[in-house]
Write a protein that binds this ligand. Sequence first.
Ligand code: AMP
Length: 115
Amino acid sequence: MYNKDNVFAKILRGEIPNKTIYSDDYVLAFYDVNPRAKVHALVIPRGEYTDIFDFTQNAPAELQMAFWNGVRAVVEKLGLRDNFRTIANTGRGAGQSVMHFHIHIMSDERFTEDF
Ligand code: AMP
């Protein structure tokens, strides 16, 4: 169940500042406050979805399409085209700490771990 007190909900309501990379009616993308790569951005939908399956099963198609366009907009804007990773931690066991669906976009000069 979605909790409106999560930090990304607060960011969407303007209660917490963020370093915005891209914004439109459907998505917001901003820099991760605790970067774990040279470039570490987050993309979130403007809607109440806890994780990837909540989003893909319950969000309108228009929002889902716009979300991936938002991911692409960040990649283009930051010039990451052929060197980035997307990660969607899902569930506490995988380290999801904010229960508002988000995609991490990470880029480094060279990734040392392959997975
Ligand atoms: P996850 O652990 O996959 O749920 O990712 C949540 C991410 O949100 C972490 O990488 C945090 O560093 C990041 N984060 C938490 N609070 C903020 C904030 N106020 N602004 C930007 N990023 C944040």
